[in-house]
Design a protein around this ligand. Structure first.
Ligand code: SF4
Length: 700
C-alpha cells in the first residue's frame, strides 16, 4: 500500500466490493477497485467507480444543525447543544404524555452496523418502545421470514465463491446485470468459461439479465408461486427429487406434495403465462444440476405474498437437496450495503440484536440483561409503512429519520407527505439537503458520510468489512453514532458513553458469543490487518465461514429444514379492472442508486437513463393511442405520474414499468413512481406490494 491509500468497501449495493481510496496532490480522493478483494477482484461498476465525485462534492451537504420552533417559522441554524437538548426535551415530554410507543425511529440499510446497533439499543432498550424500523423492510423482510421459517434463522447459506462452483442458476425478481453488476460480471465470466452452465431468469420484463439467460420465463406479474410449484411438480414427475435429502434432513414434504398435486403443469402454464414446454425445460435443468443456486431480490420480496413466494422458491432447493454443499443454495441479493448488518443487530421492529426473537420472553430477558435494563417491551414495534400510518392517524407523535428518504422511497408518497405534516415533531439526520424528506423536518442534523466515519458493514454473503475514516466531515457534520449517543445521554440514559465506534463494535461482538452469528473472535484489528470475514467467526484465528449447513444440521428445533407451504398460490394484490386495466411494476436503473441523493450528483451517471420513462408494450400503447416519446399520464387510486413513453417489446402486454429513483430532482413530483404505488403489505413480513399496482395510462 502506498502512503495515502486506504482500503474500504463500496457504499452502494449489497455486493460489497472492495475499493482502494487514494488522494491526489490537491488532497482530492479518487477510487480504484481492490484487486485483492475476494468479492470484486479489482472490478467496480459505474456507480462504484464514480464514488469519488460524491465524496469530493460537498455542495449539497448539510453543514450544521437547523431547527424551527414552530411550523409557522423557518428553520434556522442552531448549535449541536441546542439541537439535541431540544430533541431530548421534546421526546421526554411526548413520552411522558403519550407513552414510549408514541415515538419512533426510521433508519436505513446504509447505516453502519455500529449505528444500527446503537439506534436499536437506544430505542428498544432505553426509550422502551420497539418502534424502530428500517428501509430494509422494503427490501428483504420477506426473505428474512423465508430463511427463519425454512432454516430456523435468518441465515444466507452461501458465498459468491459458490457461483464458480454451480452449473445452474435461477434468477428471479432481480436484474443483477444492472442492480448487482459485479456479481453479474462473475456470473458472465463463469458462463463464458463453462458454456454448459445454465441460467434461467424469471421476470415479466426482458432485462439485460433476461437477455443473457438460456431460458427466460416471462411470467405474468404475481404468478411466481404458481410457476415455482409447477417447476417443482415437474421435477417430481421426472423423478428428479432428492429423496435421501428430503427424508433425512427436512420436515413437511408430504403437505408440500399435496399442494403441488392441486395444479397440473398445464394448468399452471395458463395461469402464469409461461409455456408448459419452458416450465418443464427449466425443471429438467434444475433437477439435473450438480450445483443449483437461486438468486432473488425485490421483484420477489415486494409483494403481498412475498413471504409465500420465498417459501415456494426455497422449497426448490429443498426438494433437490441443493443446500449445504459447494455451488448450491438460495442466495438473496440485498439491495443495500449493510442490510445484513442491520438484521444482525436487530434493526427491525420485530427483531432483537444477535438474531434473537422479540416474541420470545427468554430472548427479551437476555437482551435486557446484557444492556442492563429492566425489560424489553413485548409489543412488536411499528414497521416502515405502519409507522407512517400511525403518524397520519396521530398515534405516533414524533419520528426520527436517519439516512433514508421516505418521501421518495415509501409507497403512496402523498400519504407519507400527509403523515409527515401531521407529525408533532420530525427529526431528519442526513448528509444531503437533496433528500426530499428534509423539507418536513423540525430539526435537521448533519451526518458524516462514507469515508468520514469508521465502522463495519456486512454484505449479502455475510462478509463483514471494516470501513475507515479517511477524510473530515464538512462543516459541523458528525458520525451518526455520536449523534445517537449524545442524544441518549441528554435523555439521561447510561450505557452510551463510548469513546469510539470500536467500543460499540466490541460490545456487539461480545453479545454474539455462543450464537449462530458469533463474531466474538473478530475485532477491528483483525478486520484492519487480515481483511474481510464471513460470520460466524467463533474461535481464535477462525478464518470465517463461507458456507453454512455443510453438516445438514439446520437451526430449527429438529435441526431439519422445513418445507413451508404458501397459504395459497394466487396473488392477493388488487387486480386490474376497467378503470385501471394495467399492472404497474417499479424498479431500478443501472446507474442510479435509490433516491439519487448521491448518484444524482454525478453527471456521467445521468447519461444512461437521463429521466424516468414509462415502459409500455406496443399493443397497450396502440390501444391507448400512445406513440414512443409521447408524454403519458399514469394514474392509480393513489396519485398521478407524467413521463414520456418508451414503447418496447421488453415488457409484456398488460404490464408497465417505471423506475423508482426520481423525486423532485426535476422540479416536479410528477416523476415519482411511488405517487402511484399502493400501501398493501405482506401480512407476514410487512413488506409493501411495490411490484403490483393497478393503473391507467393515457396520452397527456
Ligand atoms: Fe458498488 Fe455494488 Fe457496484 Fe460493487 S456492484 S461497485 S458494491 S454498486
Amino acid at each position: 500500500m502506498l502512503k495515502n491509500e486506504v482500503k474500504t468497501t463500496c457504499s452502494y449495493c449489497g455486493v460489497g466490493c472492495g475499493i482502494i481510496v487514494k488522494k491526489d496532490s490537491n488532497n482530492k480522493i479518487y477510487v480504484e477497485g481492490d484487486k485483492d478483494h475476494p468479492v470484486n477482484k479489482g472490478m467496480l461498476c459505474s456507480k462504484g467507480m464514480n464514488l469519488h465525485y460524491v465524496a469530493n462534492d460537498t455542495s449539497d451537504r448539510i453543514l450544521y444543525p437547523e431547527m424551527r420552533w414552530s411550523r409557522s417559522h423557518p428553520r434556522e441554524r442552531v448549535s449541536w447543544d441546542d439541537a439535541l437538548d431540544r430533541a431530548a426535551s421534546v421526546f421526554k415530554s411526548i413520552i411522558k404524555k403519550h407513552g414510549p410507543d408514541s415515538v419512533g425511529f426510521y433508519v436505513s440499510g446504509q447505516s453502519l452496523t455500529e449505528e444500527y446497533y446503537i439506534a436499536n439499543k437506544l430505542t428498544k432498550g432505553f426509550l422502551g418502545t420497539n418502534n424502530i424500523d428500517t428501509n430494509s423492510r422494503l427490501c428483504m423482510s420477506s426473505a428474512v421470514v423465508g430463511y427463519k421459517k425454512t432454516f430456523g434463522e435468518d441465515s444466507v447459506p452461501i458465498s459468491y465463491a459458490d457461483i464458480e462452483l454451480a452449473d445452474c442458476f435461477l434468477i428471479t425478481g432481480a436484474n443483477p446485470a444492472w442492480c448487482h453488476p459485479i456479481l453479474f460480471r462473475r456470473l458472465e465470466k463463469h458462463k463464458e468459461e463453462n458454456p454448459d452452465v445454465k441460467i434461467i431468469v424469471v421476470d415479466p420484463r426482458k432485462t439485460d439479465t433476461a437477455n443473457f439467460a438460456d431460458i427466460h420465463l416471462q411470467l405474468i406479474p404475481g404468478t411466481d408461486i404458481i410457476l415455482y410449484n409447477a417447476i417443482a411438480r415437474s421435477i417430481f414427475e421426472r423423478g428428479l427429487i432428492n429423496e435421501e435429502f428430503i427424508n433425512n434432513y427436512t420436515e413437511g414434504f408430504d403437505k408440500y406434495k399435496e399442494q403441488l398435486g392441486e395444479t397440473t403443469v398445464k394448468e399452471a402454464s395458463k395461469l402464469c403465462g409461461v409455456s408448459e414446454k419452458d416450465i418443464r425445460k427449466a425443471a429438467d435443468v434444475i433437477g439435473l444440476a450438480k450445483g443449483f443456486i437461486s438468486m432473488w431480490a425485490m421483484g420477489l420480496n415486494q409483494s403481498v405474498v412475498g413471504t409465500d413466494k420465498n417459501f415456494a422458491l426455497l422449497n426448490l432447493s429443498l426438494i433437490t437437496g441443493q443446500v449445504g454443499k459447494p455451488g448450491s443454495g438460495p442466495f438473496s441479493l440485498t439491495g443495500q450495503p449493510n442490510a445484513m448488518g442491520g438484521r444482525e443487530v436487530g434493526g427491525m421492529a420485530n427483531l432483537l440484536a444477535v438474531h434473537k426473537d422479540l416474541m420470545n420472553e427468554e430472548h427479551r430477558r437476555e437482551v435486557a440483561q446484557f444492556w442492563g435494563v429492566d425489560k424489553i417491551s413485548p409489543t412488536p414495534g411499528l414497521t416502515a409503512t405502519q409507522m407512517f400510518d400511525a403518524l397520519e392517524s396521530g398515534k405516533l407523535k414524533a419520528i426520527w429519520i436517519a439516512c433514508t428518504n421516505p418521501l421518495v422511497s415509501l409507497p403512496n408518497t402523498h400519504r407519507v407527505e400527509k403523515a409527515m405534516k401531521n407529525a408533532k415533531f420530525v427529526v431528519v439526520q442526513d448528509i444531503s439537503f437533496k433528500s426530499d424528506t428534509v423539507a418536513y423536518a423540525d430539526l435537521v442534523l448533519p451526518a458524516a458520510a462514507w469515508l468520514e466515519k469508521e465502522g463495519t458493514m456486512t454484505n449479502s454473503e455475510r462478509r463483514i468489512s471494516y470501513l475507515p475514516k479517511e477524510i473530515n466531515a464538512p462543516g459541523e457534520a458528525r458520525p451518526d453514532v455520536e449523534i445517537f449517543c449524545d442524544f441518549a445521554q441528554r435523555m439521561g440514559f447510561r450505557g452510551f458513553n463510548y469513546n469510539s465506534a470500536e467500543e460499540i463494535y466490541d460490545e456487539y461482538a461480545a453479545m454474539t458469543k455462543g450464537t449462530n452469528i458469533d463474531v466474538s473472535f473478530l475485532n477491528y484489528d483483525r478486520l484492519k490487518n487480515e481483511g474481510t470475514f464471513q460470520w460466524p467467526v467463533s474461535e481464535y484465528r477462525h478464518p470465517g465461514t463461507p458456507r453454512l449447513f455443510q453438516d445438514k444440521k439446520f437451526y430449527t428445533p429438529s435441526q431439519k429444514a422445513i418445507f413451508n407451504i404458501p397459504a395459497g398460490i394466487v396473488n392477493t394484490s388488487l387486480q386490474p379492472n376497467e378503470a385501471y386495466p394495467l399492472i404497474l411494476t417499479t424498479g431500478r436503473v443501472r446507474d442510479q442508486w435509490h433516491t439519487m441523493t448521491k448518484t444524482g450528483k454525478v453527471s456521467r451517471l445521468k447519461t444512461h437513463y437521463p429521466r424516468p420513462v414509462l415502459e409500455i408494450n406496443p399493443v397497450d400503447a396502440y390501444l391507448s393511442k400512445i406513440k414512443d416519446g409521447d408524454i403519458t399520464e399514469i394514474k392509480s387510486e393513489n396519485g398521478t405520474v407524467r413521463v414520456r413513453a418508451k414503447v418496447t417489446e421488453n415488457i409484456g402486454k398488460g404490464v408497465v414499468f417505471l423506475p423508482m429513483h426520481w423525486g423532485k430532482q426535476l422540479q416536479s413530483d410528477l416523476n415519482r413512481a411511488n405517487n402511484l404505488t399502493n400501501t398493501h403489505i405482506d401480512p407476514q413480513s410487512k413488506e409493501p406490494d411495490f411490484k403490483f399496482t393497478r393503473v391507467s395510462v393515457s396520452k397527456y
